[in-house]
Design a protein around this ligand. Structure first.
Ligand SMILES: *[C@@H]1O[C@H](CO)[C@@H](O)[C@H](O)[C@H]1NC(C)=O
Ligand SMILES: *[C@@H]1O[C@H](CO)[C@@H](O)[C@H](O)[C@H]1NC(C)=O
Ligand SMILES: *[C@@H]1O[C@H](CO)[C@@H](O)[C@H](O)[C@H]1NC(C)=O
Ligand SMILES: *[C@@H]1O[C@H](CO)[C@@H](O)[C@H](O)[C@H]1NC(C)=O
Ligand SMILES: *[C@@H]1O[C@H](CO)[C@@H](O)[C@H](O)[C@H]1NC(C)=O
Ligand SMILES: *[C@@H]1O[C@H](CO)[C@@H](O)[C@H](O)[C@H]1NC(C)=O
Ligand SMILES: *[C@@H]1O[C@H](CO)[C@@H](O)[C@H](O)[C@H]1NC(C)=O
Length: 520
């Protein structure tokens, strides 16, 4: 190891202007036992959930698509990803279909951004044709109004318009958050009503039932109603064979109330030990129950901080490190897809939340989204946020039907600040991902930034792509890069840069940086 003082004189990382300090040498054990290696991943792994009330802000109308959002999807498509789009979230539970409406989506609101109803017309389903080829959808149905007719009309309209693009139907969002008067905390009452609706809708759609439903869609909040997949499977939710996949929602942090808001810090978001704890304690038991019953499971909606994120946390580069790590944590645990949620503040979600809509009731876009899709009084100019680069990293890491395993934290690295994954094709190690999760802040007073010098053993001609920013709290996505390119206005700026490693060269990963290493 070079003395810190000397190395700080010598190494100034070009572009970012960051002065690097002490390098901690570590040696990565790239072996993983066969039982730790995941299933082969599909091109749908990196997927999304879009709040239907804000659909037009994100996607425009069929004859006027919103260029910025589609440009981002095209970057993923070009890398082989085929995201599955769930048109879901809280507002699907007050969604209705109107055959005579010309616009895709119309919100019925009070003057302060409270949404009573979201009405979709034929253009909403027609617009699915604007998505890149191979995009599939989860057609979401309103369970909130407790009306078979409302849910059935949505199902039938979507099926008539887009039967080939519908991968699954989903009835209701987060039943855990419904008024307790609906099922009085009874799992059985929930299952009975869910089955009654889904069987009636199946009859109306095409008379058949072929395992096309997502089931559960529960959160991990502590509520009197227990309807996570691990509760619904033993309760016989699939006794009539309608379930296609089990879906669970993952939000470990929140700004829905002041107590949780205080915990939603960059330091806590990047504590890898805690991210793994949440996944293993809250999500994995449902995943295990699904896999034990021979079923697939999916993270049907997730993001870092519930109730639309937290400015200065989820709109920084920290969100990119968080998203990359969490998506890979769920890839290791065999999620079939992970649907990163996109939307805006929902006034009726909580009366003590941090976020608000614009003063005129216009959308207060969620600061955890990939982008602010249009200019807005609340968030300023339309632009891509720092998190976007994480989607390129994960897409490239999992491209080509590979499997993934978490690697042991090497001596010298701290388990809460370090995360690494081996990626395998037919049992052969083809790539590595290393995340240095240690926060390195803009104005921390530290003169130099530390790094890990990772020994990955013998390799010849391996290449490195880097996800980086000047600091963990960087908010300007023009300064946030993946393989040398930034994406503030959607288009890639800068030359694509992959570093080629010398035969025994170590991979230097600065604090708050991640790399994808590809072997020849
Ligand atoms: C994921 O699935 C594979 C089989 O494809 C299995 O070997 C592995 O143990 C599973 N991992 C987890 C964490 O359940
Ligand atoms: C977005 O606009 C740019 C420039 O006007 C154009 O080159 C690009 O093809 C458009 N992309 C999409 C997805 O429409
Ligand atoms: C659906 O339920 C919501 C909330 O209870 C209510 O405001 C709305 O009027 C209902 N919509 C219809 C079409 O019944
Ligand atoms: C539900 O049951 C049907 C019929 O037995 C089966 O084909 C399907 O795989 C099951 N779905 C799940 C998610 O287990
Ligand atoms: C990180 O999370 C773990 C597990 O929740 C916790 O025990 C530990 O105190 C946390 N570390 C820091 C530095 O907050
Ligand atoms: C975010 O940080 C900026 C600059 O440090 C500050 O002016 C602003 O009040 C912060 N916003 C919130 C919501 O904390
Ligand atoms: C959005 O804001 C930018 C910067 O202020 C401006 O150049 C652009 O014209 C605005 N776009 C629309 C559609 O108003």
């Amino acid at each position: 190891m070079r003395p810190a003082a000397l190395s700080s004189l010598l190494s100034v990382v070009a572009g970012a202007g960051v002065v690097t300090g002490a390098e901690i040498p570590i040696s990565l054990n790239i072996q993983a036992p066969a039982s730790a290696i995941s299933q082969r991943h599909v091109p749908q792994f990196v997927s999304y959930s879009f709040e239907p009330a804000f659909w037009v802000e994100f996607f425009g109308e069929p004859d006027a698509p919103r260029n910025l959002t589609f440009t981002l999807l095209n970057h993923l498509h070009a890398r082989g990803a085929r995201p599955m789009i769930r048109t879901g979230g809280i507002t699907m539970d007050s969604m209705v279909y109107s055959a005579s409406q010309t616009q895709s989506v119309v919100r019925t609101e009070n003057g302060k951004g409270g949404i009573y109803r979201t009405t979709v017309g034929p253009a909403f389903y027609r617009q699915w044709n604007s998505f890149p080829e191979g995009t599939s959808f989860v057609s979401t149905l309103n369970f909130g109004n407790a009306s078979v007719a409302i849910a059935r009309d949505l199902a039938v309209a979507s099926y008539r318009a887009q039967r080939d693009k519908i991968a699954y139907f989903e009835l209701g969002n987060e039943p855990t958050n419904y008024p307790s008067s609906r099922w009085h905390g009874s799992t059985e009452a929930y299952v009975t009503e869910w089955k009654s609706f889904t069987s009636q809708i199946d009859k109306a759609v095409d008379g058949a039932s072929h395992g096309r439903w997502w089931a559960s869609s529960a959160t991990t909040d502590v509520t009197s109603l227990h309807v996570r997949p691990s509760d619904l499977i033993p309760a016989g939710v699939n006794s009539t064979g309608e379930v296609g996949q089990y879906s669970i929602h993952s939000y470990a942090f929140a700004t829905c109330d002041p107590t949780r808001e205080r915990r939603a810090t960059i330091a806590n978001l990047l504590n890898h030990t805690d991210l793994v704890r949440y996944a293993d304690v809250e999500i994995y038991p449902s995943a295990r129950a699904a896999m034990d019953s021979g079923a697939q499971w999916t993270v049907g909606e997730f993001n870092s901080i519930a109730c639309s994120g937290k400015p200065n946390v989820s709109d920084t580069f920290a969100q990119a490190l968080w998203t990359a790590d969490v998506e890979l944590i769920y890839a290791v645990r065999n999620a079939t897809s992970v649907h990163l949620h996109q939307g805006a503040t929902l006034v009726f979600q909580s009366n003590q939340q941090l976020n608000t809509p614009g003063d005129d009731g216009s959308p207060g876009f969620s600061s955890y989204s990939l982008l602010y899709p249009v200019n807005s009084s609340k968030r300023g100019e339309a632009r891509v946020l720092p998190v976007f680069v994480s989607q390129l990293l994960v897409t490239e890491a999992l491209a080509g039907g590979v499997s993934i395993a978490a690697l042991k934290t090497p001596d010298g690295a701290k388990t809460n600040e370090f995360s690494a994954y081996g990626i395998y094709a037919d049992g052969r190690l083809v790539r590595l991902v290393v995340l240095n999760m240690k926060p390195s802040y803009q104005n921390s007073g530290a003169k130099e930034v530390g790094s890990l010098a990772v020994d990955i053993g013998k390799h010849a001609g391996a290449t490195v792509k880097r996800m980086t920013a000047p600091s963990v709290d960087e908010k300007d996505s023009a300064k946030v890069t993946w393989a040398g390119q930034s994406f503030r206005n959607g288009v890639a700026v800068g030359d694509l840069k992959a570093e080629t490693l010398g035969a025994n060269e170590k991979v230097v990963v600065r604090d708050s940086e991640a790399v994808l290493i590809t072997f020849k």
